[in-house]
Design a protein around this ligand. Structure first.
Ligand SMILES: *[C@@H]1O[C@H](CO)[C@@H](O)[C@H](O)[C@H]1NC(C)=O
Ligand SMILES: *[C@@H]1O[C@H](CO)[C@@H](O)[C@H](O)[C@H]1NC(C)=O
Ligand SMILES: *[C@@H]1O[C@H](CO)[C@@H](O)[C@H](O)[C@H]1NC(C)=O
Ligand SMILES: *[C@@H]1O[C@H](CO)[C@@H](O)[C@H](O)[C@H]1NC(C)=O
Length: 479
């Protein structure tokens, strides 16, 4: 690209490599991945657990821009934008944010890589019940923010050896969490939700060369009646294999299984003194959790669930690519990353990055006993605020630290920002943008998108971007 004699400028370019690695055979299933490239923000927002008031701890937030302290379904549906790629989905998705506590005590947000991927699994083995769409304004949570230990046997036995005690709702809930140590060049990664706790910094530094992927599977059996329940968990239930399997009595309706994946750029802190901790004061990972409010435009989710191009059929499970679903209207990854939440007035002066304490002054509690957080408002808290629709803050106390704005998947479109990685390690010359799985011929595939940041000489006065894709397709197991 360099032309001698023309004014030159150093800028950064990215090389994108796409690796497809077959990991394991799995039963036939239909699904799509909703790629939420953009963060709406990070802040003490949790309209399910703490409606109308700042929540006890911070979350990283994705989805419809009108997500705030207590949005109505109409407000969500009327959002100006979504930070996810399917524009008819005005749902809200959130989970605790990972932080790094420096040796001097300062808390810094760990950037997400490619935002959050939300899987919608829509069919599979089990009792053969058809999957129905979430009703609008359906709400649920998964996980338990106060938990600090794994109650089941360690190591967690394989599903084929599960006893009844492995299939209680409590046991299934704790097995539905994963922290996947990513190391693409050193053999296969762990399976999804295979390792349930967050490892220590020493282990992450030495082994998780490509980051740590937080994973969370939601319950998918529904009582068929309630949009929510008093503690936001009893109207739904896990089937006995977490993702699939049989629904317990009283939960006769099968909903799509939601699965959240968020990759954190932990290699940015390699060899930096400190520790990783979740925003709810949890260094163990067992208190990871997630929340969902359904805000799909009327009829769209139902159409997608019943369209073979979106989910595949039992004989042809499809790719999981949202691009192959004709029902979806997609926006670019760039547009998704431009969508931000209006910061609630009560939070406009709160530091959420490079802060002396975790937002909400949450204390780190390592367990193994349950955490106690006096400042955490109960779900029934009725503390009111001056306004939940205050004016937009000129400064943003809500951090947005997505490491990249690139897209993922074989139909990789555009790369927008030159170098936005918050990568503080000069020796790290690449970051992993997105890693995820989809089905092909009954084989589970890991899609790995690696961005290499290289310095090139260009003639442009604006940073130039070079995108190169390489496809590798390796099947370790054949069916
Ligand atoms: C949403 O769009 C409307 C009309 O374009 C604009 O007036 C409003 O400021 C936007 N709201 C946000 C939060 O960006
Ligand atoms: C603590 O260290 C971090 C990383 O070096 C730095 O950004 C931060 O400003 C420091 N905090 C204080 C209070 O010195
Ligand atoms: C970190 O975890 C590894 C693996 O579980 C363990 O062997 C090691 O002792 C731990 N290190 C610290 C400092 O806790
Ligand atoms: C929710 O409430 C039910 C009883 O109504 C209880 O069995 C369950 O443990 C509660 N779950 C949580 C997460 O608090």
């Amino acid at each position: 690209m360099a032309t001698p004699g023309v004014k030159m400028k150093l800028s950064a370019a990215k090389t994108i490599m796409l690796l497809l690695v077959a990991l394991m055979t799995v039963p036939v299933q239909g699904f799509w991945r909703h790629l939420c490239f953009g963060e709406l923000g990070t802040g003490r927002v949790d309209p399910i657990m703490a409606p109308g008031t700042p929540s006890g701890h911070a979350h990283v937030l994705f989805g419809a821009s009108n997500l705030g302290l207590d949005p109505t379904i109409d407000e969500l549906l009327n959002s100006n934008c979504t930070s996810c790629s399917i524009v008819q989905d005005k749902s809200a998705y959130w989970a605790p944010r990972m932080y790094f506590q420096h040796g001097n005590g300062t808390f810094e947000t760990v950037s997400t890589v490619g935002g959050m991927t939300v899987y919608y699994f829509t069919e599979g083995p089990g009792d053969g019940m058809p999957t129905v769409a979430f009703p609008q304004n359906f709400r649920m949570i998964a996980g338990d923010a106060m938990k600090r230990s794994f109650y089941g046997a360690i190591p967690d036995p394989p599903m084929s050896e599960w006893k009844d005690s492995d299939k209680t709702q409590q046991a299934l809930m704790e097995k539905a969490i994963g922290f996947n140590c990513l190391h693409y060049s050193a053999g296969a990664n762990e399976g999804s939700i295979e390792h349930h706790g967050l490892r220590n910094k020493t282990f992450i530094d030495s082994t998780c060369t490509d980051g740590v992927r937080a994973e969370l599977m939601f319950p998918s059996c529904w009582n068929g009646q309630d949009l929510d329940s008093h503690n936001h968990t009893t109207h739904v239930s896990y089937p006995d294999q977490i993702k699939y399997g049989n629904c317990p009595e009283g939960y006769p309706v099968r909903l799509p299984t939601l699965f959240y994946e968020t990759i954190y750029n932990t290699p940015a802190f390699k060899d930096v003194d400190g520790m990783f901790v979740l925003s709810n004061g949890d260094p163990t990972g067992y208190g990871y959790h997630g929340d969902f409010i359904c805000g799909w435009e009327e009829g769209v989710l139902d159409s997608a669930i019943n369209h073979p191009g979106c989910t595949g059929t039992p004989g042809d499970p499809g790719s999981g690519l949202q691009e192959s679903c004709p029902v979806f209207k997609l926006q670019s990854s760039y547009d998704a990353t431009q969508c931000k939440m209006e910061v609630p007035e009560a939070l406009q002066n709160e530091l959420v990055d490079f802060a002396p304490a975790l937002p909400g002054n949450v204390l780190i509690q390592a367990g193994p006993e349950r955490a106690v957080m006096p400042s955490h408002p109960a779900a029934s808290s009725s503390e009111s605020l001056p306004s939940t629709s205050g004016s937009k803050s000129p400064t943003l106390p809500i951090a947005t630290t997505t490491a990249t704005s690139s897209s993922a998947g074989p139909t990789q479109p555009e790369v927008t920002n030159p170098v936005t990685a918050t990568n503080s390690d000069p020796n790290t010359d690449h970051i992993i943008s997105t890693s995820t799985m989809y089905m092909s011929d009954g084989v589970e595939i890991d899609v790995i998108l690696i961005e290499e940041i290289v310095t090139v000489t260009t003639v442009e006065t604006v940073p130039a971007i070079e995108v190169r894709k390489a496809h590798l397709h390796r099947h370790r197991y054949k069916v």
